[in-house]
Design a protein around this ligand. Structure first.
Ligand code: PGA
Length: 263
């Protein structure tokens, strides 16, 4: 436990907004202008993952600030006949730093599989992006008591062939599907239990040193009211925030709820 607490202090805390399919370019500019001063003193990494069409304007709006910009997906091929898709290299050239991959909404509505999440993850890493790889169980899987099996399988498949060196650029987001957009947050203990299990899986796959360094976020109805308790947990190193990231004050309050680990 003490070792866990010590290593928490060494990990990067990352609060990332997942704007999903919200905000036109002009609305995005306005929201970022609101957020900028509120998070200027952040003690953590602050990321806004915006829709593709907002990326350019978001990068301009946050130049010379502490806000990093992320995308919400990328394709695995470098280029070619993939109508409607966006490559990792395109994002990188634009100045994008992070990319959410394998979000449960992509898995649920757009046929995303662990195989395609893995291919996207490899492509993103190769292009120099930092993937935020999302894993999480559905409600019936939790009720059937197979949360750990589901998570272990997703991690193993999604990270297949990701090298130990590349793990330095990977962020894992634990997002229980039943908590996303439902207002039904996992309790801090439930979040910690699974985030701790994720770290154990990473330890099996990559060893203690690498596993101890990976930032693991919690996502699923995290808001300004519950963030401090969730982020206070040893293995919860940040948040992936949907709804609350669209309200500047709420997002800023979550950022402010991050604090250095207590030993
Ligand atoms: P939520 O979304 O905070 O609105 O539940 C989280 C996410 O889907 O990343």
């Amino acid at each position: 436990m003490l070792l866990d607490a010590l290593t928490k202090g060494m990990r990067k805390t990352i609060i990332a907004g997942n704007w999903k399919m919200n905000k036109t370019p002009s609305e995005a500019t306005a929201l970022l202008e609101e957020i900028k001063p509120l998070v200027a003193d952040a003690k953590c990494e602050v990321v806004a993952c915006v829709p593709y069409v907002d990326l350019g304007i978001a990068i301009e709006a946050t130049r010379d600030t502490n806000i990093k910009i992320g995308a919400q997906n990328c394709h695995w091929e470098e280029s070619g006949a993939y109508t409607g898709e966006i490559s990792a290299a395109m994002l990188k050239e634009l100045g994008v730093e992070y990319v959410i991959l394998g979000h449960s909404e992509r898995r649920q509505y757009f046929g995303e599989t662990d195989e395609t999440v893995n291919k996207r993850t490899k492509a993103a890493l190769a292009a120099g992006l930092k993937p935020i790889v999302c894993v999480g169980e559905q409600l019936w899987e939790r009720e059937c008591n197979i949360t750990n099996e589901v998570i272990a399988r997703q991690l193993k498949l999604d990270l297949w062939d990701v090298t130990p060196e590349e793990m330095a650029n990977i962020v894992i987001a634990y997002e229980p599907v039943w908590a996303i957009g439902t207002g039904k947050t996992a309790t801090a203990d439930q979040a910690e239990e699974v985030c701790n299990f994720i770290r154990m899986c990473l330890k099996t796959l990559y060893g203690l040193e690498i596993a101890s360094g990976v930032t693991i976020q919690y996502g699923g109805s995290m808001n300004d009211q519950n963030a401090a308790e969730l982020l206070g947990k040893t293995n919860v190193d940040g948040g992936l925030i949907g709804g609350a990231s669209l309200v500047a004050e709420k997002f800023a309050a979550i950022v402010a709820a991050t604090k250095p680990a207590e030993y």
